[in-house]
Structure formats: C-alpha cells, structure tokens
Design a protein around this ligand. Structure first.
Ligand code: SF4
Length: 703
C-alpha cells in the first residue's frame, strides 16, 4: 500500500487479544503514523485509545536499548560489547550450568507479546535441544486457567466462537471482565449490536460497577470469589425452568446428572446470600439466558486469575453446555485473551506443560512426533517450572540461570518482593528487552537489545483463533535485533543444529508443518497466503476455505475421547486468603483503560497518562468514612507480604469491604509503593498454576 509521501503497511495492534488491524504509514522522515485498517474483519477501521497512540511508542526512541551489554560480576558496571561477545558469554554460562547441574538448572521466561515465530524457536531450543521444559511465559499469569478449562470441557484448548457471532447473539454473560476498558473494540461491537437491537440482553457480573456494566440489563455485583456459586445457581434455575437442551446434554455431553445433583444441593436463596446479590436477579439472569437463541459467555482475568480459576472457567462453560449454546451461530464460550499473542504461544506449545500444536507432554507418541521432527534431544515428559515456580526455584537455588524476554516480572508477578529477592540470588540473568526502563535490568549479567513492534515481521493469533501477519515497517534502532534472531543466534552458539532459518517465513513454514493432522492444523498456511488474505482462522488445512474456520464444533463432536463435551460438577469452595481481624478488606487488582501491563509502552504516551496519572486505591465511601479517609488522602494498604501507599479514590462503584488497586505501576523513581503486587498473594490454582491476583486480605489505614 502507498500514500503520497508515505509507504503503508498492514499490521496488528500489539496490545490486547482483540487483534485489531492497523495500517502503519512510514513517513518520509522515518517516523510512523498509525490508523485503523478499514477493511480488517475485526475492527473495520476502529482503534481504541491505546491502539491509536501506538506510533508514539515506536517513534520515541529515548528509552531504547541500543547495543548488547555485559558484566562479569554484579558489582561491576555494564559495558557495551558485540553481539558475539554477549552471546558467547551467555552460551558458555548456560553450558556450564547444564553440564554441572543438568538442563533443569536454566530457564526462559517469555511473554504473550512474543510473535509466534519467536515462541516457536524458543520452545524448540529449550524443549527440543537443551532438554528441559523450563520455558514459561507471562501467559501463565493471564490465560492458563482458560486453557485448562477448555481442555477439560472440550478436550482441547480451543475457543469455539468467532467475533462475528457477536452480531448473531441475543444474550451476553460478561463475567470477570471489563471489556469496555480492556477489550474496547470488541465491546464497541457489543454496544453497537445492543443499540441496534435493544431487546438483546447483557448481563455483567463484577464486584465493581465498571463501564461495561453501564450498558448491562442486569449487573450482578457479586462478592469477590463467589463466581462458581453464582454460575451453579443460574444452572439450577435453568434446569428448574426446563431451559436446558436435552438433546445436547444427552447425546453430545457427559456429566449432566452429577452436575444437576450438585447444583440442587444449594438453594438459590442461599446462593444469593453467599454471592451478595438478590435471588430475583439470579433468576432473571437465568431467564435471560434461557430465553436466548444465541448465548455468548465472555470472560477474562476475573475468572482466570484465581486460586480456583479452572473451576470458575468450568462452571461458566457449563452454562453454555447445558443450554446447548455451542457450535452454532451466535453462541459459545468466548475467553477474551489479555495479550496479543497468548493464543499463538499456545499453538507452538509455549508453556512449560505444553508441546507444539496442542500436543500433550505426557503422551509418549506426541513427544516422539515432536522429537523426531526436531531431531534434537529427548523431550522430558515432566512439565517444567511455571512462571511463579521459576522464581521460587531461583530463591532456593534449584535454578541457576534465567533468561527473561519481553516481560517485566518485577512489576507483574504476585508477591513481587519475593520475586525480587529471587532475582538477586540468581547466578546468571539475561534480559532481552526493548526499553532501558525494565525493572529487571539492575539484576542482569547480560542485556540484549530487541526490536520492537513494527521493527520486525511475524504473526500473531487473537482471541478468536485469527492469525494475522505483521509487516516490518522500519529498522530497529542501534544494534537491536528481532527476538527470534537473537534466540537462533544463541542456539547456534550453543552448538545446536536446526536454527539456521533464512528469515521469519522459514520459521513459520516449519511451525505450520508441525501442526499437520492435529486439531489446530494450519499446514496449508504460509506468509504468502497470510499477506494475500490478511487473516485466517485456524484450523486451516491444505484445502481450507478462503479464511479458514470461523466456528468450531458445528458437528457437535468434541476433542474428548468420547467426542462428547464434559460438564464438570466442580466444587464452589473458595481457597483464597480470607480476610480476618488484622486484614479485614478483600483486595482485587485490575487494569485501567489507557494503560497496558507494566506501562513500558503506554507509560511513554502523555495522552494515555492523563486518564489516571498515578496509582490509586478505590474504596467505598462507608469504608473510607470509618477509616477517616477523604478523597485524595494517602492510604496505606498492607497485606502479610508488603505495603502500598497511594491516594484514595472514594467511589460507590465498589462493594463495601472490597478495595481495588490498578496493576500497572511498578517502581517509580526507585519507590515501589505504587506497586499492587507488593500485596498480592502467591497462592496459585493447583491445575493451571495461575496466581490469585484478584483476591487477598489487606488492611487499609490513613497515612
Ligand atoms: Fe489494540 Fe486491543 Fe485497542 Fe484493538 S482493542 S486497538 S487490539 S488495544
């Protein structure tokens, strides 16, 4: 594409999992501008506040890392070195630890913002050549409960729905999510659908009155953590009302009897008391769902980031299954991916318990297939360390070296002060980054400068399985390199064959070949096809339709051994850290509209910083009055793990007894008292290993 005085390239927004198409214009002076791609099927030209300001993050190079740096011990200053010096050193240290302590003494911690090609080579290097499964990403903090939920209910980590189902649905159940702020363009589609069809019903479940709740027909302002109780109660009313799909639960699902028995053990009245909502509202929600021809459930971190995250997911998916709202137009469970390519990462097996193309690590045949394809080391059948486990292992000395790329765990991990101590104890730390503002850099032995969005090519997959190609538009500054190239250069320094890729297209070609004959088969796909068709949805086999497969399970055959979906009768016990006399409030954390993750990109944009210039504590007026806290007073929030000091924002939009902190702020000028994760609990879901970011006990005092 060209415009006068500019060259224009298509790409995909690198923030949330909605996956909006953008057109990146390269101006004559070398800077870029960004606009929404008017013919992109996801956003049709629209962009949210973050997407429309993307170019500022690329044009402002003042914080960019420009060349490799290294030091021989942590008391010495960093020195500029060549790429060869830096990678030789990293390879020598990794080899020493692997020889002395075994392959599990090293780890890679990456990101759901990595491109699929980057994920692929990293996973291949670690699982296929180093011989350890210690590769995990910050997707563990984000979507891993949904992954396990889908696998247990549908037999595979497969989102059945496409965004075009939004305009076909007549009931939305939005729970543990604030898409008006966190997935804005997707929400614009829901809003437009509601505006054109006022009779459709929107139910929002959230302890806070969010912007998403403002258009809801029904807002269930539940007590934090009571999601399963609520979903079971709605399931019970659906059964009582006869609003279930008998054919589906009899012929295409298993487990309905046990589920039915379980949900009838609690009255709707008792469930309402536990959830802190009225029985009438629970019955109304069930009526809306029961009356719908097309019912979509939508969720994200409120369900996933929980010590019972998998069970929360299952209790929600159950509502789609018992009503037969799956595999048909306008219905299904739609998990909203937090990051732009968490889905692509899962495709290549980029978590410590996965193998490429959704293969199962515990399955010897699956391991053999991948091993034979890669021709490297024997694949270890034991899952590797997950995100939080890596930092525990650094703390107790099991893990000697960690390579952190494209993520900022010193802000984003739960109980983050413990993670800081762990990184101090690490024998060797490599940080692969774009910005000199990463809080990991003070701990690094080697710093590797990486190319940013628009400075490299590759692919990403959004929440609806839609794969997009991202053009390289400009060169990276200084000596920064694309992440995939850095990993391949390192693999060659380690002496491994199989990393001599000519370009990103060659990596992609190898990746798609490995998906052949799996449920996510994209073996028919290439860069040429993606460039020509813009986007496709997997599966995309050799003879797939033009744009792939919009919707899964139309034949009602699931990926389970029986080919039936599984309705799980999950318990509703909450295992989070409960409030007590010393810590009487429940703290929940979350995102704000104009910031992204740990602000390394959005924090550079003045316009975006104006929405909320600093961290704050949202607290109910009754609680604030009891604590003699007025609007703008500094509040001290303390948990068993640490403290935060931020200004109070008094609001009736939060439940009494619950307080909210945004998760974006880390250390500001060396001060970490804005950092929500000083407080959060390191409890994790036992199945998904996802942390309990949304629930811990705190005390609040006036400063
Ligand atoms: Fe980017 Fe998400 Fe906004 Fe779309 S909705 S422009 S993908 S941040």
């Amino acid at each position: 594409m060209t415009r006068k005085n500019t060259e224009s390239y298509t790409s995909t927004c690198c923030y949330c999992g909605v996956g909006c198409g953008v057109v990146v214009n390269k101006e004559k002076n070398g800077s870029i501008t960004v606009e929404g791609d008017k013919i992109h099927p996801v956003n049709k030209g629209m962009l949210c506040s973050k997407g429309i300001n993307l170019h500022h993050t690329v044009n402002d190079k003042t914080d960019r890392l420009l060349y490799p740096q290294m030091r021989y011990n942590k008391s010495m200053p960093m020195q500029r070195v060549s790429w060869d010096n830096a990678l030789d050193r990293a390879a020598a240290v990794f080899k020493t630890f692997i020889d002395k302590y075994g392959p599990d003494s090293v780890a890679f911690y990456a990101s759901g913002q990595c491109l699929t090609e980057e994920y692929y080579v990293l996973n291949k290097l670690m699982k296929g050549f180093i011989g350890s499964n210690n590769i995990d990403t910050n997707s563990r903090l984000c979507m891993s409960s949904a992954v396990v939920g889908y696998k247990k209910a549908l037999g595979e980590d497969s989102v059945p729905v496409c965004y075009d189902d939004i305009e076909l649905a007549d009931c939305f159940y939005v729970t543990g999510a604030n898409p008006a702020w966190c997935h804005p363009i997707l929400w614009r589609r829901v809003e437009a659908h509601k505006a054109a069809n006022p009779q459709i019903k929107i139910i929002v479940v959230d302890p806070r009155v969010t912007d998403s709740a403002s258009i809801a027909d029904l807002h269930l302002q539940i007590n934090p953590g009571t999601d399963i109780t609520l979903n079971h109660a709605i399931g019970r009313v659906l059964i009582e009302n006869g609003d279930i799909d008998l054919d589906f639960v009899t012929n295409h699902a298993e487990g309905f009897e046990a589920y039915s028995e379980l949900v009838f053990t609690k009255t709707v009245h008792n469930a309402a008391l536990i959830c802190g909502v009225s029985e009438t509202d629970i019955r109304l929600a069930a009526k809306y769902i029961g009356n719908a021809n097309g019912f979509i459930s939508m969720w994200t971190m409120g369900l996933n980031q929980s010590a019972i995250g998998v069970n929360k997911n299952l209790s929600l998916i159950n509502l789609n299954l018992i009503t037969g709202n799956i595999g048909k137009p306008g219905c299904g469970p739609l998990s909203l991916t937090g990051q732009p390519n968490a889905m692509g990462g899962r495709e290549v097996g980029g978590l410590s318990n996965l193998l490429p193309a959704h293969r199962d690590m515990a399955n010897p045949m699956h391991r053999a297939e991948v091993q034979q394809f890669w021709g490297g080391a024997t694949i270890n059948p034991q899952p590797g360390l997950t995100a939080t486990e890596m930092f525990e292992a650094l703390n107790d000395g099991r893990l000697k070296a960690i390579w952190i790329l494209c993520t900022n765990p010193m802000t984003s991990l739960p109980n983050v002060r413990l993670a800081e101590e762990a990184l101090k104890k690490a024998k060797f730390v490599v940080v692969q980054e774009i910005t000199n503002r990463s809080e990991c850099l003070p701990y690094a032995d080697v710093i590797l400068p990486a190319a940013a969005w628009a400075e490299k090519e590759g692919t990403m997959t959004n929440s609806e399985r839609r794969i997009s190609y991202l053009n390289k538009v400009i060169d990276a500054p200084g000596e920064a390199l694309p992440d995939a190239e850095i990993i391949c250069r390192f693999a060659k320094k380690m002496g491994y064959k199989g990393f001599d890729f000519k370009d990103a297209a060659a990596i992609y070609a190898e990746h798609v070949k490995l998906t052949e004959k799996t449920n996510i088969d994209i073996s028919g796909l290439s860069y040429e096809i993606l460039k020509e068709r813009k986007t496709v949805q997997w599966p995309y086999k050799k003879k797939s339709a033009l744009h792939g497969t919009p919707r899964l399970f139309a034949d009602k055959k699931f990926y389970t051994p029986s080919a039936k979906a599984i309705i799980h009768a999950v318990p509703d016990e909450l295992t989070s850290e409960m409030p007590d006399a010393r810590f009487p409030f429940i703290l929940t954390t979350g995102r704000i509209r104009d910031q992204w993750h740990t602000m390394s990109k959005t924090g550079k944009v003045n316009k975006l910083n104006q929405h909320y210039p600093q961290a704050f504590l949202e607290i109910h007026p009754t609680d604030a009055e009891a604590l003699q806290i007025s609007e703008g007073d500094v509040a001290v929030i303390t948990s068993k793990r640490g403290e935060v000091q931020v200004k109070a924002k008094i609001s009736t939009q939060i439940k009494q007894g619950v307080v909210f902190l945004p998760m974006h702020w880390g250390k500001v000028l060396g001060n970490d008292l804005n950092r929500a994760n000083n407080l959060t609990s390191d409890k994790i879901d036992p199945m998904s290993k996802e942390p309990d970011f949304k629930f811990c006990a705190v005390r609040v005092e006036k400063y």
